[in-house]
Design a protein around this ligand. Sequence first.
Ligand code: KG4
Ligand code: ZN
Length: 347
Amino acid sequence: MSIGKPNPSSFIVLGIETSCDETGVALYDLAHGLLAHELFSQVDMHRVYGGVVPELASRDHVRRVVPLTRAVLQAAGITLQELAGIAYTAGPGLIGALLVGAGVAQGLAVGLGLPAVGVHHMEAHLLAPQLEPNPPAFPFLALLVSGGHTLLVDVEGLGRYRVLGESLDDAVGEAFDKTAKLLGLGYPGGPAVEALARQGDPQRFRFPRPMTDRPGLDFSFSGLKTYTATTVRAHAAEPGAGADIARAFSDAVVDTFVIKCRRALKLTGRATLVVAGGVSANRALRAGLDALGQALSVRMCYPALAFCTDNGAMVAYAGCLRLAAGARDDSAFAVRPRWSLEDLVAP
Ligand code: KG4
Ligand code: ZN
């Protein structure tokens, strides 16, 4: 899709996201914002396997990334020669998938004589709300909730991150996906569990709120998954049980985040909470956190729904900020399947 047309004062960055099962490509202009973005989701391909098959993901990124790059250039009405630099997700993620984006980005950069920069996928998620009108100002607290990560991060500025809490086992998105599987809802599970939960009776089951009865800001979702599995086995034959279980699971997740975010906001004194990553699309979670924000007079900021899950726009944006500040990475092999946000530095 096309969003605008640049002018000569532009600093336009091509962003490429290939860390998992979505090929995302976008153009972000420091002067004029997001120019164009395209996404190809591989979910239909992985659905039959019940989850992402890494080798198939890599091969499909190879197929999609160049056509999507052409599409964003055409949508924005610009040529490769008008780019100021190229950004790609360098990690964390599936190594083969990451290498596709890194290889294409570095190849283009060498061919065009442009700088390239590798972007941290969770930094890109964290910055996605900055693409919205009236974006959050630093410093803020961030809750990052995706298929691979669950993090509470104190954010002082670009590249200045302190991880206050994280999941000790499954990420929350993974817990949604596993719950969906147990309920026979298929893959990816988050949106399906959300829709079913809306029809459920909140009084029928009460699931535990993991790790909320002890101090600290870490999370754990594997016990909740086991609790869900046991409840599904015990009640599967009863009418409406699926929706009621989805509701109990969803309520437990939302309560857990509300409790931990309240704690983290009190600890840090931050006046803004940014919530990003695939699970930030969940309306029940947003409602729970919005109520917390109102109670504590804390401003809540989310990405647009299209930019909660993986996308190229957030990578183009994060890369644009870093490239404009002089950051460079000149090796396509510097991808990092595991990579802590705390390893980043301000550009
Ligand atoms: O950020 P993302 O696209 O990929 C990673 O970086 O992992 O997040 C994907 C995760 C999946 O687990 C998916 O089930 C979950 O986000 N998700 C949701 C919703 N939409 C996506 N979970 C709950 N409710 C949703 N509406
Ligand atoms: Zn992601």
